[in-house]
Design a protein. Structure first.
Length: 170
């Protein structure tokens, strides 16, 4: 047992001390770090932004090297977190009354890669899948409530403008 000079509590060395050289216990050191971070948040962010700008190529090279060396680890992480179905998770969080699985490619093919708002063809990199009746208004996350839209058309429309869409689904 050692007495922490900061909090004056006796703590076992094996669990509550980083090393024998430390002058305070883990909890006191964490509190001190949190206080320092809170007091210098803007300065630290500015320093990191400056560092990233100055070392951009080196950072990218290091990240690329990591991705090559740990490809299996990264693949396993993505499989575990199931990135493909994050829109379903989002729908459940917003209490959609019906959540179904569907394939983006099928929706894009069904709509002929045309924006349901402006009628123009949408480049693949610009496609958003839009809920005709928004989740916030009680819409379902299902193929019959999803349509292709330009990202700009979809973001400009917002969730509140449903009457124009309701005629599309009857």
């Amino acid at each position: 047992m050692r007495r922490c000079p900061k909090c004056q509590q006796n703590k076992p060395e094996a669990t509550d001390w980083y090393t024998t050289n430390r002058t305070a216990c883990k909890q006191c050191i964490r509190e001190r770090r949190r206080a320092r971070y809170a007091a210098n948040k803007d300065r630290d962010r500015a320093y990191m932004a400056q560092y990233r700008d100055a070392n951009r190529e080196r950072i990218h090279a290091t990240q690329a090297k990591y991705r090559v060396a740990n490809a299996d680890k990264i693949r396993a992480y993505h499989a575990k977190h199931n990135w493909r179905y994050r829109s379903e998770r989002r729908a459940r969080e917003r209490n959609a009354h019906r959540v179904e699985r569907f394939d983006r490619a099928e929706i894009i093919e069904r709509d002929g890669q045309r924006c349901h708002l402006c009628g123009k063809r949408v480049p693949l990199k610009d496609i958003h899948l839009d809920h005709l009746v928004p989740l916030s208004k009680g819409g379902a996350h299902a193929p019959d409530n999803i349509a292709v839209a330009h990202s700009t058309c979809n973001l400009r429309r917002h969730a509140g403008k449903t009457p124009a869409q309701l005629r599309l689904i009857g």
